[in-house]
Each structure stands twice: as structure tokens, then as C-alpha cells.
Ligand binder design. Structure first.
Ligand SMILES: Cc1cc2nc3c(=O)[nH]c(=O)nc-3n(C[C@H](O)[C@H](O)[C@H](O)COP(=O)(O)OP(=O)(O)OC[C@H]3O[C@@H](n4cnc5c(N)ncnc54)[C@H](O)[C@@H]3O)c2cc1C
Length: 459
């Protein structure tokens, strides 16, 4: 940093307004990432101010991290530097919303819960269903490509995002995509921001297409004795004409964690949770067909849930990572993208790895192609040497096992104790397209100021 800290803070206050720069150590602690705290936090209120702050940071060679609700700031590898947090949570307005056209434009700092309320007033919703829903912001959800249970029916964020505005590492504002229709001319640059953890740019605005809330919804639960039976039912559903809203499988230990007084899940079972939505007749038909399929795949009990049970269970599934972290603060949570046909083998590998390393484990399966596996050390963080050695061994084995060709999974560690990040590459095996990603990073952030070192391959 070429300016003195005092001058820099004064300059930041000019750019974002008095009272919107934080330097108070106890407040800075709330922005800590992997043992690093920024020297200051700037809280701009407009996209123009974001661009100004980024230009200043580039000129001063400051390492900058964009922040939203700070519910998942620790995702990724430990950053190489962290001088300034750029907190966009003041930018929380709905900029454009046309319920008739099902189109929406929001500032990146809007909290999901607030947006959900605005849309519900018009009988609409966005199929984002984040954990930490009351704190998570749209910018953070997009930047982490957070997976939602509703992806089964609506796809992932990229499928209903129309466009975006973001600021590059040189402080240049960019508009990509559209506001009303999916604009297909040119490169879909905004899609590069999805899952980039703010390493290519600071998202300031996101445009979405919205969806009408269904007239009716029903949730059904099938209890299965084994992963094999549960996944056989999922495959039967996938082969059927049914179009459920979500299909999730809750492994027995995960069921115990979620049942900690909140959701009603039978103990010791693999629970298949299926939600259907639409006209009441459609929901009824799903119930009848699912009951028949559950019988055909030797599921044990099968039942439709009452509304209260339904919202408790779906709420718990959405907040799975939060419940796991409450249950075991030293948990290591893997997110593994994998084909449905490979899930059984992957789960068996996870069970064996956990058994060999003497860790309890838990799993949640998103039938459309994601498996969350948590290893649950009983020791509290910071981990003792022996526990850390076993955990590093187990994490390495699980990453290797899920990446072998016959499984073909894409594993990453979404959350774990800092000590483990120093032992294991949280992003999994190095990818063939790393060189191209490194070149892309240079184009969007030539001075490498955005969250240096946090991303895949140390980007
Ligand atoms: C272990 C764990 C697992 C989770 N799994 C899921 C899940 O599967 N599905 C789900 O929906 N939710 C999940 N969540 C909830 C998740 O926290 C939120 O969905 C969201 O990812 C974070 O939103 P946030 O506003 O708190 O972002 P923050 O925690 O503030 O930031 C998260 C990341 O996004 C970047 N970022 C934030 N804002 C911007 C911006 N405007 N521009 C550029 N980059 C930005 C940050 O630099 C950081 O890298 C999980 C949370 C945790 C802790």
C-alpha cells in the first residue's frame, strides 16, 4: 500500500461516505477469513462507488475480498493477502421487478429472505433456497454457485439468470446478458462470475427470471433400509414421467442431525424426500405414483407429510450445512458433483473412508447430481495432531476415491477447520483447464487484487 493507512481510510471514506468505512478491530473480526483480518472494510452504497473503491485498491495494490452476508466467507483456500473487505450489503435494493414479464433486477447485497418476501407478495419466487437464508445475499449465493434442492426442477442459478453487472479488477463496470430475455449474442460473461468466489469481479446487480408460486405442494417420505434401495427409488422416479420439485436422500446420521428436535425423520433409515408442486391433482398423482414406486423398490414406510412437518423438513434440508456445523463445529463438508448412476459407489467409498479413519460421517444426496458428505471429528477445533493426521488422510482418500474414472466425481471441500486447509487442497485434483482459467483471471483482474490465492489451483 503506497498511501499511509490513515490516508487510505480517509480516501475510502470519501469514496463510500463517512460512517461506511470500518476500522474498529472488534468489527473487523467479523470479516476474518482463515486467520486473516482486513485492515479496513468499505461499504459502498452504489455500483459506481464499488468501481471507485476497486480502482483505488488497484492503484494501492490492496488485496480485496467482496463480502455479502458473510455466511460462507471461509470457502476456498486461505487467501495470500487480505487488506480490504468490500462489503456490498448496503446495496440491497430491488432495482426492477415486472411480475407480468417474470423479470427481476436486484442489487447484489439484497438478502435472500428479504427478496423472497417481495416476490411472495406477487405470488412469485426464485428457485434459490440457500442455507443461512436470513443472512445470505444474492451476490454471495451466485458467487459461490450455491446448490439448491430446487435445482431438480428449475436447474441451477445459471438457468434462470438473465444478466448481471459487475466490476472488474481494474474498476471497470461491465454489463453482461440482459434484463428481460436471455440475451444470447456474445459471450455470456456473467456466467463466469457464478461460482468464481469474487475472484474475477465484484457483482453489483443480478437479473433473473422469476417463477409463479405453485397452487399446491406436497412432500412425501419413503424410508429405505439401505443406500441401494433409496437410490433405486430415485432412479425409478427419474425414469418416470413424474416431475417432482425436489428429490433428496437423507443418510441415517444426517437424519439424526436434522432430527435434533426439528424434522421428523425415522431413525436408522435412508429417507427419500420428494416434493411435488402444481395443481392439487398433480400433487395427488405424484403421491399415488410414488407410493407405487416405493413399494416396487422395497422401500419401507411411505407417507405424505402434513404441512407443518413438510416445512420443518424442507427447512432442515435447506439448512443442512448449518445443522452439521452446529452439531460438529470441526466438521469437514465435501460437495461432490457426480452422476446419479455413480452415487451408490461413491457413498460406499465414503462409508469405508470414514470407517477406516474412525470418523462418524453424514451424507445428503441431491438426486439430480450432488452428494454432500460430512466427516465429523469428535475433537473440537483446533484439532490435535493425531485427529488432524487422520482427517487429512481421510479427506485425501475421499477426494481421490470420488475422482477416479469409474466414479468421475468433482469433489471439493466446502467447509473445514483451517488446520486441514494447510494439509489438503480443498479444490481437489488440479484440472486440465487450469492454464486457461489463469489466463482468464489475468484478463478480469490483471493485478490479482481479488481474493488472491483462494480459488482453484491457487488462483
Ligand atoms: C458449509 C456451507 C455450505 C453451504 N452450502 C450451501 C448450499 O449447498 N446451497 C445454498 O444455497 N447455500 C449454501 N450455503 C449458504 C451460503 O452461505 C449462501 O448460500 C451463500 O453462498 C453465501 O452468501 P453470503 O451473502 O453470506 O456470502 P459471503 O459469505 O459474504 O461470501 C461468500 C463468497 O462469495 C463472495 N461474494 C460475496 N458477495 C459477492 C459479490 N457481490 N460479488 C462477488 N463475490 C461476492 C465472497 O468473496 C465469498 O467468496 C452454505 C453455507 C456454508 C457455510
Amino acid at each position: 500500500m503506497s498511501s499511509s493507512p490513515t490516508l487510505a481510510v480517509a480516501r475510502l471514506a470519501e469514496l463510500v461516505g463517512e460512517g461506511h468505512v470500518i476500522t474498529e478491530p472488534t468489527e473487523l473480526a467479523g470479516y476474518e477469513v482463515d486467520g486473516l483480518q482486513p485492515a479496513a472494510v468499505a461499504r459502498p452504497g452504489t455500483a459506481e462507488a464499488v468501481a471507485e473503491v476497486v480502482r483505488f485498491a488497484a492503484a494501492e495494490k490492496l488485496a480485496v475480498m467482496a463480502t455479502g452476508g458473510r455466511t460462507k466467507l471461509r470457502i476456498g483456500a486461505p487467501p495470500r493477502g487480505y487488506d480490504l473487505a468490500l462489503d456490498v450489503s448496503r446495496m440491497n435494493r430491488v432495482l426492477a421487478y415486472d411480475p407480468g414479464d417474470l423479470t427481476l433486477g436486484v442489487e447484489a447485497g439484497i438478502r435472500f429472505a428479504d427478496l423472497d418476501r417481495v416476490l411472495a407478495e406477487k405470488g412469485q419466487f426464485l428457485p434459490l433456497s440457500p442455507a443461512f437464508a436470513d443472512q445470505a445475499t444474492v451476490g454471495g449465493i451466485v458467487a459461490t454457485n450455491s446448490s439448491t434442492p430446487l435445482r431438480h426442477a428449475y436447474g441451477s442459478t445459471r438457468d434462470y439468470m438473465l444478466g448481471m453487472e459487475f466490476v472488474t479488477g481494474e474498476g471497470n463496470p461491465v454489463k453482461s446478458g440482459g434484463r428481460v430475455v436471455k440475451n444470447v449474442t456474445g459471450y455470456d460473461l456473467h456466467k463466469l462470475m457464478i461460482g468464481a468466489l469474487g475472484t474475477l469481479g465484484v457483482i453489483t446487480r443480478v437479473n433473473f427470471r422469476t417463477f409463479p408460486l405453485p397452487h399446491a405442494q406436497g412432500t412425501f417420505l419413503a424410508s429405505c433400509e439401505s443406500a441401494a434401495a433409496a437410490l433405486a427409488l430415485c432412479r425409478a422416479i427419474a425414469r418416470s414421467p413424474l416431475q417432482p420439485r425436489l428429490v433428496e436422500v437423507v443418510e441415517p446420521q444426517a437424519a439424526q442431525i436434522l432430527s435434533g428436535g426439528r424434522a421428523t425423520l425415522p431413525a436408522g433409515c435412508w429417507s427419500v424426500v420428494v416434493a411435488a408442486a402444481g395443481e392439487p391433482g398433480v400433487v395427488e398423482r405424484h403421491g399415488a405414483e410414488l407410493a407405487r414406486m416405493a413399494q416396487g423398490t422395497h422401500a419401507g414406510a411411505f407417507a405424505g407429510l402434513a404441512d407443518k412437518e413438510e416445512s420443518a423438513l424442507l427447512g432442515c434440508i435447506r439448512e443442512f450445512p448449518k445443522h452439521v456445523m452446529e452439531f460438529c463445529p470441526a466438521a469437514t463438508i465435501f460437495r461432490i458433483s457426480v452422476l446419479p448412476t455413480q452415487m451408490e459407489l461413491l457413498l460406499e467409498h465414503a462409508r469405508q473412508v470414514a470407517e477406516r479413519s474412525q470418523f462418524t460421517w453424514a451424507a445428503l444426496v441431491r438426486a439430480s447430481g450432488i452428494v454432500f458428505v460430512a466427516l465429523l471429528p469428535t475433537a473440537a477445533a483446533p484439532l490435535d495432531g493425531e485427529t488432524l493426521r487422520r482427517l487429512a488422510q481421510a479427506a485425501t482418500e475421499l477426494i481421490r476415491a470420488s475422482s477416479v474414472p469409474e466414479i468421475g466425481g468433482r469433489p471439493m471441500i466446502e467447509w473445514c477447520p483451517l488446520e486441514l486447509k494447510r494439509e489438503v487442497n480443498v479444490w481437489g485434483p488440479v484440472r486440465d483447464d487450469l492454464a486457461l482459467m489463469q489466463r482468464l483471471k489475468k484478463v478480469f483482474d490483471p493485478q490479482d487484487i481479488f481474493s488472491p490465492g483462494r480459488f482453484v489451483g491457487g488462483i
